[in-house]
Design a protein around this ligand. Structure first.
Ligand code: NAP
Length: 338
């Protein structure tokens, strides 16, 4: 088998020498475990955090260990009654073309739901993140205005579509004219603002123009100047769902890394804002509800999705580095034995 391990911890942006492609013997599944041949592997922004040796909601990857990833593969050996050979299993098989996991940490993918790659995007962790955050904390009301960054990615595009379906005005933020066009034309956003080259002040002015009634819900994916632009426009009883802050994942600071905390703190009071951290793993018990509600909408085309497929494990590091800078268009996956 082949796998990619963490070779060195990045200083700022990851470089190619942070990753190493290795060949290893195929692992033997133990009692209750399954061995899969990976069909698709997911690349996600959170992986950048796992490369740093800092305390977070999950332990860091150690030097020499396989990089972590959710993936979907065909079971080729099963020591569990829950999976048989040929089943598709979704689990944390890592950056590798084969993987072993305890069956109880995996779930089955029904091929009738569509391409197995969907299990990593619109009908997987990112889609579920958006749905769980919006349904648990959004308190959406028709006629309100919602703003979301990384608008064409798997989280942002799901957030925007759910909010549109709930009757809100939805304004996206994305990098470049092409992604902004996609947010409106493919995902049905009312408007989308290009964040490139804009500081917090310019973002505020652009957002003010597109959100004439202010902002009621901000689904935070990006931090940076977008956050700086959003905060002064939040309405009374507004909700901020803090899902990610990719502009700061490489640690580089910009003017908004030093957002005026005192001003923001006061604004929470004055506008009675709710600021809610979101971690999708807190909501996993609701996955059946998510599949039941969103699965048919994906099948019917009511919920759109876009995938960006890299081919081959050796291309995963470059694809991941691109993802952190907006080089992806849609959900980034790596096709292995798809
Ligand atoms: P994604 O959209 O596929 O990819 C990340 C996108 O972030 C890039 O394509 C880029 O889009 C945007 N970006 C990169 N640098 C940026 C910057 N400096 N300023 C503004 N935007 C920037 O990612 P995703 O998988 O949907 O995830 C979106 C967010 O949700 C991330 O912050 C992720 O960490 C978070 N997340 C959180 C959870 C949770 O449980 N809390 C779970 C899943 C994901 P543009 O080209 O449009 O700028």
């Amino acid at each position: 088998m082949q796998r990619i391990v963490l070779a060195a911890r990045p200083q700022g942006e990851p470089t190619d020498d942070c990753f190493r492609l290795e060949t290893a013997d195929l692992p033997e599944p133990g009692e209750g475990e399954i061995l899969v041949e990976t069909a698709y592997m997911s690349l996600d922004p959170y992986m950048r955090g796992r490369m740093d040796d800092v305390k977070s909601y999950a332990a860091p990857v150690q030097i020499g260990d396989t990089m972590e990833a959710g993936a979907i593969g065909r079971v080729i050996k099963s020591n569990s009654p829950d999976f048989k050979e040929g089943d598709y299993a979704v689990g944390r098989f890592g950056w590798a073309d084969h993987g072993v996991q305890p069956a109880k940490h995996c779930y089955k993918w029904d091929p009738a739901m569509g391409s197995p790659s969907l299990a990593l995007g619109v009908l997987g962790m990112p889609g579920f993140t958006a749905w769980s955050g919006i349904t648990a904390y959004g308190k959406l009301k028709a006629g309100e205005t919602l703003v979301v960054g990384a608008a064409t990615g798997p989280v942002g595009s799901m957030v925007g579509q759910l909010a549109k379906q709930a009757g809100l005005r939805v304004v996206g933020v994305a990098g470049g004219a092409e992604k902004c066009r996609m947010a409106v034309e493919t995902f049905g956003f009312d408007a989308c603002i290009d964040h490139r080259g804009k500081d917090a002040k310019a973002m505020r002015e652009a957002l003010r123009a597109e959100c004439p009634d202010g902002i009621d819900v901000y689904f935070e994916n990006v931090g940076g100047p977008t956050l700086g632009g959003v905060l002064p426009l939040m309405n009374l009883y507004g909700r901020i769902i803090v899902c990610g802050m990719i502009a700061w994942y490489n640690g580089q600071d910009d003017e908004t890394a030093a957002l005026p905390l005192g001003k923001f703190w006061r604004q929470i009071l004055v506008n009675r804002l709710t600021v809610q951290g979101l971690l999708q793993t807190d909501h996993v018990k609701r996955m059946p509800e998510f599949f039941a509600e969103v699965g048919p909408k994906v099948a019917s085309g009511e919920i759109a999705y876009v995938e960006d497929v890299a081919e081959g494990l050796e291309n995963a590091p470059a694809a991941f580095r691109a993802l952190l800078k907006g080089g992806n268009t849609g959900k980034m996956v790596v096709k292995l034995h798809g």
